[in-house]
Design a protein around this ligand. Structure first.
Ligand code: BGC
Length: 772
């Protein structure tokens, strides 16, 4: 755990330069706009430790699988969102010495991510080897208004010298992924050109043949006056640059404005791409930096207006929740159903930018409550479009008759993961995809989604589960063998309680969904039944039999569900008794030691209790929580938020607060020692859930919004806003009261502290606070 980020309500601040922290900061200070994003690499040359990262949404490369021992059923490739053209490069040479923080003496340094206006600012003063002292202020952002554009304002002030500064403003496509399986580069050049104002570089991905066309224009001002300099065009393979030479005087600043655009063939015909790129560039250059910045700040203000969470009395908590919301918005805007949310977003290579069950289990509820309905629907449609591939995926593993197994990791619907214990066994992901359909309908009331798209997906998933279980003669029950639950610190276990529970839930829900579509839209049901070759009687009878006779491991003495068969045979040690030097286990222990231990990576039984909370009484929840939490090391970022929500429900506000801080500051404080790989974007939605479902107690039951707000002791107050069925409700909780405000023309009846209340259009309601 680190503690170097300064606490501030709206800004993320680093002061002083520690090269050892640079890769962590490159992740934390990442910027993006849903179409593209990048790590906080330096504009100028840096020869120290860095992980370069520029990413363009939807553009990927199928990197041929590399494994030690091939297993039948492994995918041929891992689709990776790849490092794309680096558009920020400004190679600065001062009196013939290249500016490089690694070789200079850094006298002052700060980095600030301003979440109110969506900008990254870096300031530093350095002394170069040749004695030159200079000051730099660099501000940049990826525009959320012109979402194919990024812009940089880079001001250099010589402190103790006159002389010459050379600036090489580049587009560098000669980049590679650090995680490239065969050390290959993934791009070919198509063409490059310039016209005296701009420079353009057009690249193509190998194999997938995506085109990404990037263009830059660089302007230089001195003392506020445009120098009107014409660049010299430099060209190397997969690289173009505009070079300038400026005579500088002591204390006279020069400012470089660099405009850049990245357009991809995902959104334009290839033959139109170059023209569109130049048009887009001209448009932003005409706007200019200041105008773009004003628009950026205004657009962010709207996002905050609709989705801020305000915490009073605890700056660390306030900063953290805003950081999480900010990064989520930078990653996914929900306008394009072909895109999804990679666990690291645009902040690192790990997880390949691919889609995991994280989206359905953690991110969907955030977008349901904070974005227009279409955004959540797009996330579901993404999976609908991959149904055929999920059926093919299941067929490869020997399943038949339209059974669908959604991939553990994917970009285009095909499985990309290649570790047998996860690819073949961590099948609970299929359940989360079905649960997301249920969750969407529960939240929006849009049952027609079932007829339109949802039911086909559910049938495929239900068929998979019905074929994945087998009848145990000994137990006289259906069992599910050889699975990995959410807790990846156990593999190939039998009867993982969570997986079995969600499997039978899927069967029940699919039967229910068939009945609902029958009532709403019989002709569509018949169409789906014939398309899927569905034998109503035979299949439903079989599913029903599984529902009735499924085996779920439990321990009656302890009154808990058992994570899997034999869990209690393990030596039972509690996390509190683990020496600090042993943690995180995944970096300190051998894998076999982890597998044999009782330690749990992330919510497993508790994930099921979280999803299906209404099925269990409070005592049952408490017993399972007490037992499993003490054995959980939370080494997945997805873990603390589920625990925060359950702890809050059980009235353990201190623990809930602790989990909240852990989930919300996971990256800011580098809890798991892995922030340098990228931020944990998907778990950031879990942070929001910890506030809204945890402290706010938000649930949707029988078409009604329920709230049960409680206030952590450390906070003076908190407030959040949610959209629910055309109403927009602001909930503010302080030590005395709960204030609800309906900011819409539509009245809403809701349940608060278990009692029904009516909130008229534009009305406000005040209630006494509860101590839980
Ligand atoms: C977790 C998975 C998760 C993945 C991506 C893993 O560490 O165990 O549950 O899907 O990270 O976030």
């Amino acid at each position: 755990m680190k503690n170097y980020i300064k606490h501030n309500e709206w800004q993320i601040i680093e002061e002083g330069f520690d090269p050892h922290l640079n890769k962590i900061s490159e992740s934390i200070f990442s910027i993006g706009n849903g179409r593209m994003g990048q790590r906080a690499n330096f504009e100028e040359v840096y020869t120290g430790e860095t992980l370069q990262g520029n990413y363009v949404a939807g553009v990927y490369y199928p990197d041929k699988t590399r494994v030690g021992w091939w297993k039948n059923g492994y995918p041929e490739y891992f689709a990776k969102v790849l490092n794309a053209t680096n558009w920020i490069g400004l190679n600065i040479t001062v009196n013939d010495e290249v500016l490089d923080l690694n070789t200079s003496e850094v006298l002052e340094f700060s980095r600030v991510l301003d979440m109110q206006q969506g900008t990254l600012t870096r300031k530093f003063v350095v002394k170069q080897v040749n004695g030159n002292v200079l000051e730099v202020e660099a501000i940049r952002f990826c525009s959320i208004v012109d979402d194919e554009a990024g812009v940089i304002k880079y001001t250099i002030t010589p402190h103790n010298f006159d002389g010459k500064i050379t600036i090489e403003s580049s587009l560098d496509g000669d980049v590679k992924n650090q995680d490239s399986n065969y050390d290959e580069k993934f791009w070919n050049e198509i063409n490059a050109r310039e016209d005296g104002d701009y420079a353009l570089l057009n690249l193509e991905t190998k194999k997938t043949a995506f085109w990404v066309s990037s263009a830059i224009q660089t302007l230089i001002k001195q003392e506020g006056k445009d120098l009107g300099l014409k660049p010299v065009f430099n060209k190397k393979e997969k690289y173009v640059a505009q070079q300038f030479e400026v005579a500088v005087k002591r204390d006279q600043a020069i400012t470089i404005y660099k405009y850049a655009v990245n357009l991809s063939s995902e959104n334009y015909k290839k033959e139109d791409l170059e023209k569109a790129t130049i048009e887009r560039l001209k448009k932003v250059v005409a706007k200019g930096f200041d105008q773009m910045l004003t628009e950026q700040a205004n657009a962010w203000a709207v996002k905050w207006q609709n989705g801020d969470v305000v915490i009073e009395g605890d700056v660390a908590a306030q900063q953290a929740i805003r950081f999480n919301i900010f990064q989520l918005h930078q990653t996914y805007t929900g306008e394009d159903a072909r895109l999804n949310i990679g666990p690291k977003g645009f902040t690192g290579e790990k997880y390949g930018g691919s889609t995991y069950w994280d989206t359905e289990a953690y991110c969907l509820p955030f977008y349901l409550a904070t974005a227009p309905q279409q955004v959540a629907e797009n996330l579901l449609i993404y999976r609908y479009k991959h149904l055929e591939k999920a059926i093919e995926n299941a067929e490869k593993l020997g399943f038949r008759h339209g059974a669908a197994l959604y991939p553990m990791v994917t970009i285009n619907g095909e499985e990309c993961h290649n570790e047998w214990e996860i690819t073949f066994e961590e099948i609970h992901r299929n359940g989360a995809i079905a649960f997301a359909i249920f969750n969407y309908i529960r939240y929006t009331g849009e049952q027609k989604y079932l007829a339109e798209y949802g039911l086909e997906v559910l049938i495929g998933i239900a068929r998979f589960w019905s074929q994945r279980v087998n009848w145990s003669i000994e137990k006289e029950k259906y069992v599910m063998l050889g699975v990995t639950g959410p807790n990846e610190y156990e593999n190939n276990v039998n009867n993982n309680w969570y997986t079995s529970t969600i499997a039978t839930w899927c069967l029940k829900y699919t039967i229910e969904a068939i009945d609902l579509v029958r009532i709403d839209n019989t002709s569509r049901l018949n169409e789906i039944l014939s398309k899927t070759n569905f034998n109503v009687e035979k299949e439903i009878n079989h599913w029903q039999d599984i529902i009735n006779k499924m085996f779920y491991p439990e321990d009656k003495n302890l009154g808990i569900f058992l994570q899997q068969d034999g869990y209690l045979d393990k030596e039972q040690v509690l996390v509190k008794d683990l020496p600090a030097v042993d943690r995180p286990l995944n970096q300190k222990w051998s894998w076999d030691r982890i597998l044999r231990s009782c330690f749990i990576k992330q919510a497993d039984v508790l994930q099921g209790i979280y999803f299906f909370e209404e099925d269990y009484d409070l005592d049952t929840i408490q017993r399972n929580y007490n037992f499993y939490e003490q054995r959980t090391v939370h080494e997945s970022s997805l873990s603390p938020c589920v625990h925060a929500i359950i702890a809050a429900k059980l009235g353990d506000l201190d623990r809930a607060y602790e989990f909240y801080l852990r989930t919300s500051r996971l990256d800011l404080d580098d809890y798991n020692n892995d922030t340098e790989d990228g931020l944990h974007i998907t778990s950031m939605a879990g942070t929001w859930l910890s506030v809204v479902e945890g402290f706010g107690g938000m649930r949707i039951k029988n078409n009604h919004l329920h709230l049960h707000p409680v206030l952590p002791e450390k906070w003076e107050s908190y407030a959040f806003k949610i959209g629910f069925r055309q109403a927009i409700v602001t909930v503010k909780v302080d030590k005395q009261k709960v204030t609800l405000k309906n900011e819409n023309e539509k009245a809403l009846s809701l349940h608060i502290f278990g009692k029904e209340e009516h909130l008229i259009a534009n009305g406000t309601l005040e209630l006494n606070a509860h101590s839980n």
